[in-house]
Design a binder for this molecule. Structure first.
Ligand code: AMP
Ligand code: ZN
Ligand code: FE
Ligand code: FE
Length: 290
């Protein structure tokens, strides 16, 4: 039977709908042999997920995903194989969560003013781990929109009426912050940056030229939202800039309908060789402790 690895997932510690404890069980049931939990701006779910993964005999990778702001919109940076105790980094995350809380308060006020009052009690998360996907799901549940996609297109997406920006680190700062923890630093879904197709490659190359010297280790060459051409370009850029490759589903449970753990939209399969190469780099960076 085919075995899968998934190095990009979210739990209820950020904007997923599956708890950190349940995620490894779901992964094991999906033939996943190695799983990373990479919640947005949070490492709160890692201990619980690690403990459950260990009981299940599943290889678990401690991770997180930082949302960053570039000129053209958001760029996400993943830290993988985070060490267990990282007080300074945790302070940086706490700042991000505080900013997220303020942004969420503002967006919920706007939704109320638009005639779509949302009661905080309806969210499983608290304000500082809430994400736009939760808001989208609630708008869907209340019948204000017919799909999560519609919620983003009409209200929550960038430049839509209920959008309010969040102050983020720059991609350069995120690479440095994660690098200081000695985690592996991976550019998340680079092919999804918000630029016109005709300048995508140039923009990506200039981003990589800035991030590689700061310690970027790899980029995501496999992702549930990629087509075949995206995978090819990502692999080509990884080769050109001597970067490792990573990949995952970006599973969010019910907040990203149609994306399943390990398999993405059904046809994702991150090669297991990816994991071996990443682990070799972790051993180099962390001196044999994983
Ligand atoms: P937040 O961190 O709260 O700003 O939410 C960002 C998350 O919203 C991303 O990680 C995506 O999963 C999701 N998202 C952003 N734009 C869209 C979109 N147009 N359609 C569906 N999901 C989206
Ligand atoms: Zn998310
Ligand atoms: Fe992301
Ligand atoms: Fe993600």
């Amino acid at each position: 039977m085919r075995k899968y690895i998934d190095l990009h997932t979210h739990s209820t510690a950020s904007d997923g709908t599956v708890s950190p404890g349940e995620l490894p069980a779901l992964a094991a049931g999906n033939n996943i042999v190695a799983l990373a939990l990479t919640d947005h701006d949070s490492i709160a779910g890692l201990d619980e997920a690690a403990a459950r993964a260990e009981r299940l005999g599943l290889e678990f990778i401690r991770g997180c995903e930082l949302s960053c702001t570039a000129e053209y919109g958001e760029v996400h940076v993943l830290g993988l194989w985070l060490p267990g105790y990282i007080p300074e980094f945790e302070q940086s995350l706490a700042l991000l969560r505080e900013r997220r809380k303020r942004r969420n308060q503002r967006m919920l006020e706007i939704l109320k003013n638009l005639g779509m009052p949302v009661d905080l009690a309806e969210f499983p998360q608290n304000l500082n781990s809430l994400g736009r996907p939760h808001m989208a799901r609630l708008l869907l549940r209340k019948g204000y929109v017919r799909s999560i996609q519609e919620a983003f297109e009409r209200f929550l997406g960038k430049d839509r009426p209920a959008y309010f920006p969040k102050e983020n680190y720059s991609p350069e700062e995120a690479v440095k912050l994660l690098g200081q923890t000695r985690a592996l630093v991976v550019l998340a879904h680079p092919l999804l940056i918000n630029v016109p197709k005709n300048i995508l490659r140039d923009q990506l190359e200039s981003l990589l030229q800035k991030l590689v010297p700061l310690g970027l280790d790899g980029l995501e060459a496999y992702h549930s939202e990629y087509g075949n051409a995206d995978v090819r370009l990502a692999l080509e850029l990884a080769d050109k800039y001597r970067l490792l490759v990573s990949g995952g589903s970006d599973f969010h449970g019910g907040n990203k309908p149609g994306v399943s753990l390990g398999k993405g939209c059904g046809d994702l399969c991150v090669p297991c060789s990816v994991l071996d190469k990443l682990k070799a780099r972790v051993r180099e960076k962390q001196g044999g402790q994983e």
